[in-house]
Design a protein around this ligand. Structure first.
Ligand code: SF4
Length: 217
């Protein structure tokens, strides 16, 4: 993808979805942090199903601590790795109460010091809750950035840095949402749906997937 193609690439994604957001359901920074912690190797739909029951009962660090390991597991047992996620979440809640007055901290350093919170989770919270220009590179963004030639990289950090260098300023806050949604629904892992892709003209990937029923050129 040439430099001249980057702006129209994002303008096209924005035109189709002017106000993109995460598909995880939340109403507070703490709820988002919990949802992101639970979402590792799980679908957003699966996490939402669990948090729709959990959050009305407990949506603060103190309330989740009061549930205890077994109580919390009851709410999240439909999600993969739920035992270790429950353990991390309780440890995180304890630290939030002891060190941050029960609030979600606003710096990367403080966020990443929480159990189970890595760079990607911190990037999501900083971006979605606090409007920072971060790129939470998940499997979808990693794939789209490499296939299209937007920000090729061998690991998530290389892709993150490439995106931060290449995405025009006006698209930086929302870019990771557009890329995730594009990867989740159009530029899917196994066979990208190039025939219905709005940004096909800016994408380096070859060969493009023909429409179903058509023979590959
Ligand atoms: S043209 Fe195909 S490979 Fe390129 S971004 Fe679109 S779906 Fe992905």
């Amino acid at each position: 993808m040439t430099d001249d193609q980057v702006e129209p690439f994002f303008a096209t994604l924005r035109a189709a979805n002017p106000l993109p957001t995460t598909e995880l359901e939340f109403t507070t920074p703490f709820e988002l942090l919990v949802a992101v912690l639970l979402s590792a190797q799980a679908t957003d739909a699966g996490v939402n199903k669990a948090t729709r029951k959990l959050f009305p009962r407990a949506n603060t660090p103190r309330a989740i601590l009061a549930l205890g390991q077994e109580g919390l597991e009851e709410y999240i047992k439909t999600i993969g790795l739920y035992r270790s996620k429950a353990k991390h979440l309780l440890e995180t809640c304890r630290m939030l109460v002891e060190r941050h007055g029960g609030r979600v901290p606003r710096t990367r350093e403080e966020l990443e010091s929480l159990p189970g919170v890595g760079r990607k989770t911190a990037n999501v919270v900083l971006n979605v809750c606090f409007g920072e220009e971060t790129m939470a590179v998940d499997t979808h963004i990693f794939r789209v950035a490499n296939r299209t030639g937007l920000a090729p990289g061998r690991n998530p950090l290389e892709v993150e840095n490439g995106l931060l260098r290449r995405v025009p300023k006006e698209y930086l806050v929302d870019a990771h949402h557009w890329l995730i949604l594009h990867g989740r629904y159009v530029c899917v892992a196994r066979t990208p749906r190039c025939w219905e892709c709005a940004v096909i003209r800016y994408c380096d990937w070859q060969p493009k997937t023909p429409p179903p029923g058509a023979s590959r050129a």
